[in-house]
Design a binder for this molecule. Structure first.
Ligand code: ZN
Length: 262
């Protein structure tokens, strides 16, 4: 499931391949991919617009179109955007095609949970998931003080906290585990028991893990992480070599090292 580093990778790819190009053709091949407005209205309003820039917010992709419109995309489980020559045969599960002259921007999604919305640039907050998004962990606004304030007085586990999109945007199951492994913090730790030095470790780890993942994805196109590659039955801790433990924490399959993470 794509998380912040993966979506950032897609955004960077689209900035190179689809930005500053005009949408000459719209083909909604699966009406369920367009959440709002209707597929017909979507096609009418998007055709002829230019893609001016592409931004990422949390796990959302924001296509700024001419005429103060924004196409908001969410990849969900298996969605992906491709840019290919327009005469290339459609891959299975191609849901939406935006023609860019000689190329196509295609949205492919095997599981069909991904979607797009078309909204006015002034109405971004009407998309419920976007409105509620918390701080971007790689932005200047995400400081150690900000993290302290987000944690102060809250209950619940560290793992659940990292997954909350309305606190810190863009972290999912895999990178939450990776961040906690690097910070040597147990995913089941209660927020109110964290010491100042542990919150500092969490802060540094969050930024380091996400930055490193983005850099690695842009080089090799594969997810990375010390713990991530050991996420399998019989996986061992990359630090101490002991067996990793798997548990359901915050409703998600969670990997951690009981020896290194406290
Ligand atoms: Zn260990």
């Amino acid at each position: 499931m794509p998380e912040l580093p993966d979506v950032e990778g897609v955004a960077r790819f689209l900035r190179r391949t689809a930005a500053r190009r005009r949408i000459t053709r719209v083909e909604v091949r699966d009406p369920s991919v367009v959440r709002s407005p209707s597929p017909r209205a979507f096609a009418q309003r998007v055709r002829g617009r230019s893609i001016q820039s592409i931004a990422r917010r949390g796990k959302y992709l924001l296509f700024d179109l001419s005429g103060d419109l924004v196409m908001v995309g969410h990849l969900r489980m298996t969605g992906d955007f491709l840019v290919v020559p327009r005469d290339r045969p459609f891959r299975a599960h191609t849901r939406l095609v935006l023609g860019l002259g000689r190329d196509d921007l295609r949205f492919v999604d095997q599981r069909r949970f991904g979607h797009v919305d078309l909204i006015g640039a002034a109405d971004l907050t009407t998309v419920s998931g976007l409105r509620a998004l918390g701080v971007e962990p790689l932005s200047l606004e995400f400081t150690l003080d900000r993290l302290r304030a987000l944690i102060a007085g809250r209950r619940g586990t560290l793992k659940a906290f990292l997954l909350r999109q309305d606190r810190i945007a863009g972290i999912g199951n895999i990178y939450a585990d990776e961040i906690l492994f690097r910070a040597r913090l147990h995913p089941g730790r209660q927020l109110r028991t964290l010491r100042a030095d542990e919150i500092r470790a969490l802060y540094r780890s969050t930024r380091a893990v996400l930055r490193r993942a983005i850099a690695a994805l842009s080089r090799r196109g594969r997810p990375v992480g010390d713990l991530t590659i050991m996420r399998e039955p019989g996986g061992t801790c990359p630090r101490c070599g002991g067996p990793l433990r798997v548990a359901t924490i915050a409703g998600r399959t969670t990997y951690f090292c009981p020896r290194c993470q406290h």
